[in-house]
Design a protein around this ligand. Structure first.
Ligand SMILES: [Zn+2]
Ligand SMILES: [Zn+2]
Ligand SMILES: [Zn+2]
Length: 320
């Protein structure tokens, strides 16, 4: 079977799983749809591979070979193994194919979450998966496969996509509006608020129950629109900070720099944001200190513990 045909069928089966009343079919829906998207990506790599190269671009291993007559070097795909997600990303990057990877990574994240922590409630996030996949599939088909997605998938399947996306987007707008009415006090929380999720079912459709201004002493009460679970913002403030600053932290640490936030020594939550000057969860703010002996600036934990850098505090304890 051709890759494109396989991709279409896999996605169609996923959509049928989604429409099924049995919540246990949602895992299968998410699996099929994410697998189908990867197949669409592979179809593009296949189309770009030169003829007689054994579909070089979708092969995990690519080897140069020399033609003994012409001395010409060409690249051939070796073995049966095909590219994984990371390799697809790398090849797309060097081929200048643009995919909204944050959207795709979210779909994979949600799939992994459902696989590992499956509960009946997990079915709740599926509308979000379908909606995000819909955008990815639509854009990719038009832009890079030059196919009309409505024709490719057939009217019935395509309408399921349209409907799911419409429902989700409408719900999401209601939630965004509700969350935007709160004064979040901190820029970080303002930035992360639209990514917060229900601790019970992982849905990102969250509205405010009561509370108009956040402060470490005054929490905001939230409700999940999917499973109706009520919870305090405190419970998910770490995820909110991570949502806002996680990418920046990852890039910064990878380049040998400092993370923009860290663990608060007072409440042990990962909500101490340096730029905001303190912990967003408990309000603890550490004043700047220097080591009493060597005068280097102390980091958060050292300053919290006392007046010595970790080296001098270690040597002091040895002398005792
Ligand atoms: Zn929920
Ligand atoms: Zn704290
Ligand atoms: Zn020192």
């Amino acid at each position: 079977m051709g890759i494109l045909k396989n991709a279409i069928e896999t996605i169609q089966i996923g959509l049928e799983d989604y429409k099924n009343e049995d919540p246990r079919r949602s895992l299968s829906a998410v699996r099929n749809i994410s697998a189908g998207i990867l197949l669409l990506f592979k179809e593009k790599l296949c189309r770009l591979s030169s003829p007689n190269s054994d579909e070089v671009l979708i092969k995990m291993v690519i080897l140069p070979t020399v033609n003994k007559v012409t001395n010409e070097v060409t690249f051939l795909g070796k073995g049966k193994k095909t590219v994984d997600v990371q390799q697809i990303k790398e090849r797309f990057k060097s081929l200048d194919i643009k995919v909204e990877w944050t959207l795709f990574d979210k779909v994979l994240d949600l799939r992994n979450n459902i696989e590992h922590y499956y509960t009946d409630q997990s079915a709740a996030v599926i509308n979000e998966v379908i909606s995000k996949s819909f955008i990815l599939i639509r854009d990719f088909c038009v832009e890079y496969l030059e196919e009309e997605p409505g024709l490719l998938f057939g009217e019935k399947s395509w309408n399921i996509f349209l409907e799911a996306d419409e429902i989700y987007q409408k719900e999401k707008r209601i939630c965004a509006e509700s969350l935007s009415k709160v004064d979040w006090t901190f820029e970080t929380l303002e930035q992360g608020k639209d990514g917060i999720r229900c601790p019970m079912c992982q849905s990102d459709l969250i509205i405010v129950e009561y509370g108009t201004k956040y402060s470490p002493d005054e929490t905001i009460s939230l409700t999940c629109r999917r499973c109706q679970h009520g919870f305090d913002f405190d419970e998910i403030i770490e995820e909110c900070v991570h949502e806002a600053l996680g990418t920046e932290a990852f890039i910064s640490v990878k380049d040998g720099g400092e993370s923009p936030y860290g663990t608060c020594p007072e409440c042990i939550k990962d909500t101490y944001v340096y730029e905001e000057g303190g912990c967003l969860a408990c309000g603890y703010a550490q004043k700047e200190k220097q080591c009493a002996i060597c005068h280097t600036y102390l980091d958060l934990d050292e300053a919290y513990e006392g007046d010595l850098c970790s080296y001098h505090s270690w040597s002091a304890s040895k002398d005792d």
